[in-house]
Write a protein that binds this ligand. Structure first.
Ligand code: G3P
Ligand code: MG
Length: 236
């Protein structure tokens, strides 16, 4: 089973920061998940929420800040004083840091309805990277996935189920030529795993932070888990 460092090694360092991705690499994570949005000046930035309240105690939505400004916003202190001053990285910086040391699952937090050029920008940035098969592109925004697929016929796509019905999801995944069904630990069961497998899709489950839970998911055939504790794989 694959262990994917969720927002980096986010149990050990502030989520979606260079520090958390460095930690994940130190822990020899083979895959890293991160979330992206688009800044006011059209750069791809790595952040989970659509505002800065939780991680920086600042007002306003992400797309009202420039990338340069976000770089200087402290998104480390909320996690621990040790990480005071950690800024919001651009996706490009993370790609540089990770290189080919791990696969990267880029989750678009919203498509062009919220972030006007996010699919095009991501597609363009990916095309500049070596070993493009190490990227998995996912989103709860399925329109964004369709948009992305139209731009890139070869990309690996992960379909985040969210509130979509199973039948619609499988139909759309086939249209999208998706690789995996990504769903929460609350949604997964043996039936959905075998149905996905019978249709040729992998199943990835978030967020699994207990080894016991990881073991039972493996028993029902789950292919990978997103975890804040990527070192868990050493005891698995
Ligand atoms: O992609 C798996 C997981 O990250 C989806 O949920 O809210 O943690 O981005 P969230
Ligand atoms: Mg995510």
């Amino acid at each position: 089973m694959e262990f994917i460092a969720h927002r980096g090694a986010s149990a050990h360092a502030p989520e979606n920061t260079l520090a958390s991705f460095k930690k994940a690499l130190e822990m020899k994570a083979k895959a890293i998940e991160l979330d992206i949005a688009e800044s006011r000046d059209g750069r791809l930035v790595v952040i989970h929420d659509d505002d800065l309240k939780r991680v920086a105690k600042m007002p306003g939505r992400v797309e009202t800040y420039t990338a340069a400004r976000m770089k200087k916003i402290d998104v480390g202190s909320w996690f621990s004083k040790e990480y005071a001053g950690e800024g919001i990285p651009t996706l490009e910086e993370v790609f540089k840091l990770v290189g080919q040391m791990a696969e990267i699952n880029v989750e678009m937090k919203g498509g062009c309805r919220i972030y006007p050029k996010i699919e095009e920008k991501l597609c363009r940035l990916l095309k500049k990277q070596a070993a493009q098969s190490r990227f998995l592109i996912s989103s709860f925004d399925h329109e964004a996935l369709f948009h992305f697929r139209a731009l890139d016929g070869d990309a690996r796509i992960g379909y985040l189920l969210g509130r979509t019905s199973k039948s619609r999801a499988f139909r759309e995944m086939a249209e999208l030529k998706a690789e995996s069904l990504n769903l929460s630990a609350r949604q997964v069961n043996a039936r959905i795993v075998s149905e996905a497998h019978s249709k040729g899709f992998k199943v990835l489950v978030y967020t699994v932070n207990k080894i016991k839970e990881a073991r039972s998911l493996e028993k029902i055939g789950v292919d990978g888990i997103f975890t804040n504790f990527p070192e868990m794989k050493n005891d698995f």
